[in-house]
Design a protein around this ligand. Structure first.
Ligand SMILES: [Zn+2]
Length: 271
């Protein structure tokens, strides 16, 4: 397990996972705010369409991000994040599909050149890659995604559709809210206990009147319990809310609703 590495190219500041970077068949990036074209509260690499930012700028920001991982603009495939547990499988040629309106929070594909894209502003982005079957996934998991187990559902689909063995999977959990900043009422811990049983208890604590849930480590231990090797998992220790470089990230908790979102992309390279 390693900390993410901060990089910069053509003004775009982004992070990579050392474990995923060692997989030569893929390219990937967890982007920050830096290096895009948007202005004002969306300055600058905003990838959020449903806001007051100019759509043209958001599209061009996607192209900037795509270029960094080597993707053609037409091959950028996006989630439609609604905190669901819906996983979209893409095999063969990419086509629009019916279920998009209901929300899609994870994408899985074995298609080279397809750039799987998701978004974050406190939520976790989890990237997965099976280096033997050449299957890549990107998962958006906020607390609701942790509760509904979307990471494990994505691993299940990789196993069902491609026969992926967890021992062959690399995983990276991106910059996201830390347990100290994730302050909640008692409803969230209760839902976590319903979802995870006694296993959740190690990741929940109370300070004063408020509860805290360690979402990052619930995800980490879910991966390990599934059979992903500890040494194949990278966890970013960066908190998008309280990290000292606050201007690097939009945070839902810190910035409110008038803000952008960071993108994250993973692509299987064309041979
Ligand atoms: Zn924090």
């Amino acid at each position: 397990m390693s900390e993410f590495i901060k990089k910069e190219k053509n003004g775009v500041v982004y992070y990579t996972s050392p474990q995923l970077a060692a997989c030569r068949r893929i390219s990937h990036a967890f982007f920050t705010r830096k290096g895009g074209l948007s202005k004002g509260p969306f300055e600058s690499l905003n990838m959020r369409f449903n806001c007051d930012d100019a759509r043209e700028n958001v599209l061009r920001n996607h192209i900037i991000g795509g270029a960094l991982v080597g993707a053609e603009p037409a091959n950028i495939v996006c989630t439609n994040q609604k905190h669901t547990d819906r996983v979209r499988v893409i095999k063969g040629k990419y086509t629009e599909f019916d279920g998009q309106d209901e929300g899609v929070d994870a994408l899985v594909s074995d298609v080279p050149g397809l750039c799987l894209t998701a978004y974050f502003a406190d939520c976790q982005i989890v990237m997965l890659f099976d280096h033997k079957k050449n299957v890549a996934a990107i998962v958006h998991a906020g607390w609701r995604g942790v509760q509904n187990g979307i990471v494990v559902k994505t691993l299940d689909i990789m196993r069902e559709e491609w026969g992926c063995d967890p021992a062959d999977i690399f995983a990276a959990v991106g910059p996201s809210i830390c347990r100290s900043c994730f302050e909640t009422d008692e409803d969230v811990p209760r839902l976590m206990e319903e979802a995870y049983g006694v296993f959740a208890a190690d990741y929940i604590y109370k300070e004063g009147e408020k509860w805290h849930v360690d979402l990052k480590n619930i995800t980490y231990s879910s991966l390990v319990r599934y059979g992903v090797s500890v040494i194949n998992i990278d966890m970013s220790g960066i908190c998008t809310v309280c990290d000292h470089e606050k201007d690097l990230f939009w945070s839902q908790r810190r910035c409110g609703d008038i803000r952008g979102v960071q993108g994250a992309m993973i692509m299987i390279k064309n041979k």
